[in-house]
Design a protein around this ligand. Structure first.
Ligand SMILES: [Zn+2]
Length: 100
């Protein structure tokens, strides 16, 4: 069990402790001293996945309606579809990357 210094009060704290027992500072600390923001990151990734899914659906709808409306709608739908799919794939990669 390794010990680390609490950045706020300087007391030795276990690296597996969730918070400093002296001052209550959260102890999920990165090597550079910043607090790990796992929750924030996963929320961002989730939001990206949601937006990606939304864009994919809207893009697909526009793309399939395009031939009846105008070629421009088809092009816009196709672009939205591509951006949506890229965002979906990217959020998958980011999830996998964070789990490692
Ligand atoms: Zn402390």
């Amino acid at each position: 069990m390794a010990l680390t210094k609490c950045p706020d009060c300087g007391r030795d704290v276990s690296t597996i402790a969730k918070a400093c027992p002296n001052c209550g500072r959260p102890m999920n600390i990165n090597k550079d001293g910043s607090v790990v923001t796992i929750q924030k990151t996963s929320k961002k990734i989730k939001a990206q996945g949601c937006i990606g899914g939304f864009l994919t659906i809207v893009g697909f709808m526009l793309f399939s309606l395009g031939p009846e409306v105008s070629p421009e709608v088809m092009v816009v739908g196709f672009l939205l579809l591509i951006v949506g799919v890229i965002m979906l794939i990217w959020s998958r990669i980011a999830k996998w990357w964070n789990h490692d």
